[in-house]
Ligand binder design. Structure first.
Ligand code: AMP
Length: 400
């Protein structure tokens, strides 16, 4: 798949709209705890500034549900961008309101304007045509560098692209890198190829699991989603997270794995607690016999050993979703141990963004991974073989 390349555009002194993904985690004081996504966008922004462009940056942050909220303002992003770009970054008071449009219209070569949180506008997530037109009206060139939201048909990701012809839109460097990496990975993965899948729910990753089955040799399940599979097999899972409406689907996935010869691994033991809290009493139980009133919040030591053995001969690992509630120290051990093991291996190791990237950074092994994607959901959909709605309009059309 070839994408319209930013290097092929005539950018000199143009007004450029760059859709970025600045949806970074913030702590309770509003500090950015992981600025990987902001740092990853700098190459594209600097490239445009070097061509004397006036740059308009746009992103969402969190889920403000279509209205202004101080808590979701991009002010912390503006400050971090200022540090990283070493140039002044203006922040508009709104997205397409009077302030943003006036500031965008007044931009000169070398100026950088950051629009307020795109999701302050209800139309953003609805791919609203009028909003897309207003955003597009601010600039002469459109660049998508927001891999993390490219699986969403939103106004600033999909709708806006229809207002620019192929000479006036392209993928930024980050989007190019992510798409190319996954294309190469999936075309010829070095085998054995294992997927480690965790996180809270089966529902969010159901389709991914089904679509991954024909591609991988092994699947290792962890996190809350494991309990739906364990319960489907008839085991006692106590108060663990279970999606009862997906029990049949879970059985179907396990049958499919068997039919395709894919080795499907579930935890054999868990770290269980009576309450979902950081200071709760814990005990290790077998995955088949979690007592009533207890919930599994991490994989246990036997599972860690088993998964290490299973991963030993693997040449490619894709990991999406933590093995337990890693945000609480007591339930972070499984994810931490698997994280170190994967980092130490000589396999090609790929981390699907979001929580898994956060985890890998917290335990300090991010430098040892082959590739850390900036998009959890987007990378999963790519691995499912889907063409992302934000990427499709940027594909070079095949000559017929
Ligand atoms: P996801 O967004 O689906 O990738 O899920 C990530 C979340 O899953 C993290 O916030 C974890 O705390 C949570 N999680 C992992 N294991 C469990 C578990 N056993 N029970 C409940 N939540 C879990």
């Amino acid at each position: 798949m070839q994408l319209l390349n930013i290097k092929d555009l005539d950018l000199y002194e143009k007004k450029v709209f760059i859709r970025c993904d600045f949806n970074v985690p913030l702590d309770e004081y509003g500090n950015i705890t992981d600025d990987r996504r902001i740092r990853s966008a700098v190459a594209t922004i600097n490239y445009c500034l070097d061509k004397d462009c006036a740059v308009i940056l746009a992103s969402h942050l969190g889920r403000p549900e279509g209205e202004f909220s101080e808590k979701f303002s991009l002010a912390p992003i503006q400050r971090r961008l200022h540090q990283l770009l070493k140039t002044e970054v203006m922040l508009a008071k709104d997205v397409v309101g009077d302030d943003a449009t006036a500031k965008a219209a007044a931009l000169k070569a070398g100026d950088v304007l950051l629009l307020e949180n795109l999701r302050f506008e209800k139309g953003e997530t609805k791919n609203n045509e009028a909003l897309a037109a207003k955003l597009a009206g601010m600039a002469e060139i459109y660049i998508n560098d927001a891999f993390g939201v490219s699986h969403r048909a939103h106004a600033s990701v999909e709708g806006i692209t229809h207002h620019f012809d192929d000479e006036h839109k392209a993928a930024g460097f980050l989007l190019q890198k992510e798409i190319q990496f996954f294309a190469t990975l999936l075309k010829r993965p070095v085998r054995p190829f294992a997927a480690i899948v965790g996180g809270s729910k089966v529902s969010g990753k159901l389709e991914a699991l089904i679509n991954l089955l024909p591609k991988v040799d092994k699947i290792l399940v962890g996190g809350g989603m494991a309990f739906t599979f364990l319960k489907a097999q008839g085991y006692d899972v106590g108060n663990s997270l279970v999606e009862d409406d997906l029990l049949d689907e879970a059985l179907h996935i396990m049958d499919e794995a068997k039919r395709l010869g894919v080795k499907f691994y579930l935890p054999v033991d868990v770290v269980a607690a009576q309450t979902f809290s950081a200071d709760s009493v814990i005990k290790v139980t077998s995955a088949q016999e979690i007592p009533e009133g207890w919930m599994g919040l991490d994989i246990g030591p036997a599972t860690v050993r088993l998964y290490r053995i299973v991963l030993n001969n693997v040449q490619t690992v894709v990991w999406n979703g933590p093995m337990g509630v890693y945000e609480m120290e007591r339930f972070a051990r499984g994810s931490t141990k698997i994280g170190h093991f994967v980092a130490d291996s000589y396999a090609t190791t790929v981390i699907g963004g979001g929580d898994t990237a956060d985890l890998i950074q917290r335990i300090g092994v991010d430098e040892e991974m082959t590739f850390i994607s900036t998009g959890g959901g987007a990378s999963l959909e790519l691995m499912e073989g889907k063409i992302l709605p934000g990427v499709k309009p940027l594909m070079v059309k095949e000559e017929s």
